[in-house]
Design a protein. Sequence first.
Length: 397
Amino acid sequence: MKPLFISKYPPIEGYVSSLTYWLARGLSGRGHRVTVVTNAFEVEDRHRELLEGGDLDRYQEGALAVRNTDPFQEYRLIPQANPFCEKLAAAAIELAPEADLLDAWYLVSYGAAGMLAKAATGLPLVLRHAGSDLGRLGANPHLRPLVRALLRGADAVVASRRSGPRLRELGAPASRVHSIPVSVDTGAFNPAAGPADLGVPADLPVVTFIGKVTRGKGLPELLAAASRVRADFRLLVLTSDLAALRELGISPKLRRKLVVRPFVPPWRVPGIIRASRCVVLPEHRFPVPAHSPILPREVLACGTCLVLSDELGAKVAGGAIRGGEHAVCVRPGATERFARKLELLVKDGELAQRVGRAGHGLSRRLEDFEGYLKANERLHRSLIRGGKKAQGTRRKA
């Protein structure tokens, strides 16, 4: 098969970019000729992953090819705007003769680009959503008519475990909604993954935070708790938004323990996780209720100790993560208790390892990446066959 994805992709940081990479790479590894159309090189610095020379071989490997929109050309539009939706659609239309299916991830604006390409080429279109598509974007009165039209017009809509009812509420025909829960690529995320060199003395434990410096991610609460930890350690914060980080007002006491690195591409995340004593994800009061990031499951798959908020623990993996067994659960606002749990993990490496092993045991029951790829293959094949039959019917008519 020759699927053409229209989506976020590295070096854009985040959930959809990462999942697109692992799915496209996985399908190409199974013999499919995969193309990704993206505007990734146009991303703002604060949302950009750092690509280094050694990353280029991983960016597009084997039968995986990536087409980026031009980040340098200036478009003279009135009002001034970057027409990236139209640029994505144009690239997809240009490449359509070498594709047999369109697959767009993120309804606004990648799904819109996919619908334009579908109208121009007649190729079947799969749509995939992010949490914000069903939350703030789907609820926005100016965007809701577009979201509803996209969901009605797609040949298939891929749902997560919990999003089916909301998709149907927004207008997706029930017969076209397909539940394909994402899975972690355990060939990459596993306890045998080589730890990255973080530039930290080997005898110092590293507590890691990966994520945006935005409301709901819990970084201010983590900084407050970490500043109360008496033992020596390093707090690694992976973010490219240095201005937002400075605005948090890090205490002088914590500053000497703080290590800041830019976002890294998905294939380097396993090494970061494996080099950490624990990975802390204190997300709470997150403004998108449907948000269920994949990162906690990637940490579990690596066998590294996961520390996460009660709120996130209840949402990830259908609530299968049990605090005190598979992970350490915290209430980010309870600073003193949060700090005591961090200090215990910093001081007791064996405890962190036991939690990590238990988390890995849960991960082995949760993840089935091959099954995930096969489910996507079945969906793609059924739509390609259906598209060819429809073309034959139109020719006869």
